[in-house]
Design a protein around this ligand. Structure first.
Ligand SMILES: [Zn+2]
Length: 320
C-alpha cells in the first residue's frame, strides 16, 4: 500500500514536472500574430526604415516609414520626401521624428525582388529591398453593348477625352498630408459580386484588369465615404457613370462608381461613414452595383486588402 502510494507519488510528481516543462516550452513569449503583422525594419546609412506588409502582392499597398538615428536639423526634418518603387514615384510626409508614406505594387508586376529608393535631403540614398510575391487574381469574361466595350461614336470619344482631363485634374490635387485617421471601412456591407484584379475580356477583347471590387447593391442603397477626405470629383463620366472620388492625402484616393445619385460636391470635406450618394447602374455596367476602387499614386490596389493594410497608417512604427 505505502509502496503503491510511493509509486503514485513519484508518478504524480513526474506528471507535474512534465507539465511544468511543457508549460515553460509552450508559453514562451512566441511572436504574436499582431507582431507578425506589423512592420519589418532595416537600418541603413544612419536611418531606420520600416515597411508593411513584408512581402506585398501585385495590387497591394506598402506602408513605409523612416527616421534618422541621429537628430536632423529642424528644416530638413520638416520637408516632404519622395520614394521610387517599381518605376513610380510616391510621397512621404514628415511626421514626429521621421517620415511616412504609402507605395503600391501595380497589377501585373512580376514576383521578384525590387528596391524602394528614398533620397534624403542630405544626399543620402536609401535602398530598401522588398520582395513582391505572386498572386493569381483569375479571369472574367463579360458582355456589354459594343459601344460601351469599344466606343466609336465621335460624341462618346469626345466625352471620354474630356473625362480623362477631369480625372487628371482630380488625381493631381492630393493633399500633402494624410487625412485618414482611422481604419478604412467599406462603403457598404454587401456581397462581393466581382473581386479585385481579375483579368477582363469584354466582348472577347482583353481590357484592363478589374481595378476595384464590385458590391451587390440595389438602386438607391446609401453609399458612404470609406475614410475622412476631400471630394475631388463628383460628376458623370462615360465609363464610370456617376462617380465620386475622395482624396485622403498622400495620393491615396477612393472611387465610388455607377452611382444613381451623388449627394456631395467637389471640394467637400467628408467624414468616415458619411453618405456621399446612392448605388445605381450608371455608366458601363451589366446591372446595378457599386464599384469601389482605391488608387494610390496612379496604382489601383485591392480595396478590401487596403481596409486591412490601413491599420499600418494609424501609428508610426516607433510609437508601437
Ligand atoms: Zn467593378
Amino acid at each position: 500500500m505505502s509502496d503503491e502510494w510511493g509509486v503514485m507519488g513519484k508518478r504524480l510528481s513526474l506528471f507535474f514536472l512534465g507539465g511544468l516543462i511543457l508549460g515553460v516550452v509552450f508559453f514562451q513569449p512566441f511572436p504574436t500574430r499582431a507582431e507578425k503583422d506589423s512592420f519589418v525594419s532595416v537600418s541603413q546609412s544612419g536611418f531606420d526604415i520600416f515597411h508593411a506588409p513584408e512581402n506585398p502582392q501585385p495590387g497591394q499597398a506598402v506602408v513605409v516609414a523612416l527616421r534618422s538615428r541621429k537628430p536632423m536639423p529642424e528644416t530638413r526634418a520638416q520637408q516632404p520626401l519622395n520614394m521610387k518603387f517599381i518605376d513610380r514615384k510616391f510621397s512621404l510626409e514628415p511626421v514626429a521624428e521621421g517620415w511616412r508614406g504609402v507605395a503600391a505594387v501595380p497589377l501585373g508586376t512580376e514576383a521578384a525582388n525590387y528596391s524602394l529608393s528614398i533620397k534624403v535631403k542630405d544626399g543620402t540614398e536609401l535602398a530598401l529591398p522588398i520582395t513582391v510575391v505572386a498572386h493569381d487574381y483569375g479571369e472574367q469574361r463579360l458582355t456589354v453593348p459594343e459601344e460601351m466595350a469599344t466606343p466609336m461614336l465621335p460624341e462618346n470619344l469626345q466625352k471620354i477625352k474630356r473625362d480623362r482631363q477631369h480625372l487628371g485634374v482630380a488625381y493631381g490635387s492630393s493633399g500633402d498630408s494624410l487625412l485618414l485617421a482611422e481604419m478604412v471601412r467599406p462603403p457598404l456591407s454587401s456581397t462581393i459580386t466581382s473581386p479585385f484584379g481579375r483579368r477582363r475580356l469584354l466582348n472577347g477583347k482583353p481590357k484592363a484588369p478589374h481595378g476595384g471590387v464590385d458590391f451587390q447593391a440595389a438602386v438607391g442603397v446609401p453609399i458612404t465615404a470609406a475614410a475622412k477626405g476631400r471630394v475631388v470629383l463628383a460628376e458623370e463620366l462615360y465609363y464610370s457613370g456617376n462617380l465620386v472620388i475622395i482624396d485622403h492625402g498622400l495620393d491615396i484616393f477612393t472611387l465610388y462608381m455607377h452611382l444613381n445619385e451623388i449627394s456631395c460636391r467637389s471640394g467637400d470635406t467628408v467624414d468616415p461613414g458619411q453618405i456621399i450618394g446612392t448605388a445605381g447602374s450608371s455608366g458601363r455596367v451589366t446591372g446595378p452595383h457599386l464599384h469601389w476602387g482605391v488608387k494610390i499614386a496612379g496604382v489601383f490596389v485591392d480595396p478590401l486588402r487596403f481596409v486591412d493594410d490601413s491599420k499600418h497608417l494609424l501609428k508610426v512604427p516607433w510609437e508601437e
